[in-house]
Design a protein around this ligand. Structure first.
Ligand SMILES: Nc1ncnc2c1ncn2[C@@H]1O[C@H](COP(=O)(O)OP(=O)(O)OP(=O)(O)O)[C@@H](O)[C@H]1O
Ligand SMILES: [Mg+2]
Length: 256
């Protein structure tokens, strides 16, 4: 579904992605983890060409997004829903209008059809009661859920999440994890989740990719990731006090 082939990205001659290879299969949830500055958000932005690769290929459903422009690029972007780091809601619009925005801009749906879709997705993220509030007047967790609702309202094939749980308390974080998991299960979407949060990565992912110095240092299932002998992976897990017996210690963490 998404294939990065030897992708290099330099900013003013300084390399950030140094030959990134990554394959995301249709319908899978993959998490990208790594320390701050490892290139996680930059990788995500390349998937919708918000950033231009210096070299390499980025195939979406077999088509190189780097070769496209105009309507063709717009058509490829329509496959994606994007939850930006920090939710990025428009502050002068209600939650309802924020979620309705991609439908108003990218579809020809009537106001009634838009309302039905927005209400249904706000119900899913448990935000219907806050529909008329402004983003400044709801909590950080509610803002993330509103961002999530906006990302999924167009029913995209691929969902990109940038730090969906950062800045949230552990309980709210687990609610977001469950929501991402449910969306994947109910809609069958392909999901790429950038996160610092190892508990989140371990519980929602089919596979976890560890980014280090602009490359993928390891990709494996959560169980194999925990057992990895890769030094980069071990340091990352140790820094968050995650033991290799995580699933035995916390069986209730498994989502269904
Ligand atoms: N538009 C840009 N111009 C110049 N440098 C950039 C730009 N965007 C990102 N970078 C640099 O690329 C590197 C990777 O940034 P990126 O945002 O992908 O990190 P990250 O892994 O998402 O980190 P964090 O966990 O803090 O969000 C950083 O050194 C950053 O300063
Ligand atoms: Mg980032």
């Amino acid at each position: 579904m998404i294939n990065f082939k030897n992708v290099v990205k330099e900013f003013s001659g300084k390399p950030v992605l140094r030959g990134m290879n990554l394959n995301v299969a249709k319908g899978e949830t993959i998490s990208l983890v790594g320390t701050s500055g490892a290139g996680k958000s930059v990788t995500l932005k390349h998937m919708v060409r918000l950033l231009e690769a210096t070299s390499g290929e980025i195939l979406i459903d077999g088509e190189n997004i780097l070769d496209k422009d105009g309507p063709e690029l717009a058509r490829m972007r329509e496959k994606f829903g994007y939850l930006f780091q920090g939710a990025a809601l428009l502050q002068w619009m209600s939650v309802f209008e924020n979620v309705a925005l991609p439908l108003r801009e990218n579809t020809k749906l009537s106001d009634k059809e838009i309302e039905e879709k927005v209400v249904s997705v706000l119900e899913k993220v448990d935000l219907l009661a806050a529909a008329e509030k402004l983003p400044a007047n709801i909590s950080g967790g509610m803002q993330k859920r509103a961002g999530l609702a906006r990302a999924v309202v167009t029913e995209p094939l691929i969902l990109l999440y940038d730090e969906p749980t950062s800045g949230l308390d552990p309980v709210t974080s687990r609610t977001i994890d469950q929501l991402i998991h449910d969306l994947q299960r109910d809609l069958g979407v392909t999901s790429v989740v950038v996160t610092h949060d190892m508990i989140s990565a371990l519980t929602i992912s089919d596979r976890i990719a560890m980014l280090h110095q602009g490359r993928v240092s390891e990709v494996s299932t959560p169980k194999d990731f925990l057992k990895s002998e890769n030094e980069v992976v071990r340091n990352f897990l140790d820094s968050q006090c995650i033991s290799s017996k995580f699933f035995e210690e916390f069986p209730e963490r498994t989502l269904s």
